[in-house]
Design a binder for this molecule. Structure first.
Ligand code: FES
Length: 98
């Protein structure tokens, strides 16, 4: 869920994981790929991009370009890093052995 579009009352009683709490193998693969492919430009959007990428890979370890576009829709990057984000998700997928 994007915290910017979720009323806080809707999170009452729910488990919440922020980017600081990511620990899964998918999260580690995404972090590694983000660094290796130098995805970040200004960084403003990147917490949301990474959270969405990890959520995608935790449910679909070998996403297609269409899967990636669908999962990442709604995460706007004013620096237009979309091609690097897609490449990094594919790299993370490969790193996960998919
Ligand atoms: Fe600048 Fe996405 S890296 S808005």
């Amino acid at each position: 869920m994007r915290s910017c579009s979720l009323p806080v009352a809707a999170a009452a009683g729910k488990n919440i994981t922020t980017i600081e709490g990511l620990k899964s193998k998918a999260a580690q693969a995404v972090q590694k790929a983000w660094v290796e492919l130098d995805v970040v430009q200004c960084g403003y959007c990147q917490s949301g991009q990474i959270m969405s990428a990890v959520a995608l890979l935790e449910h679909n370890s070998k996403p297609s370009d269409a899967d990636i576009d669908g999962a990442m829709a709604g995460n706007i990057c004013r620096c237009a890093t979309y091609q690097r984000i897609r490449a990094a998700i594919h790299a993370a997928s490969a790193d996960l052995g998919a």
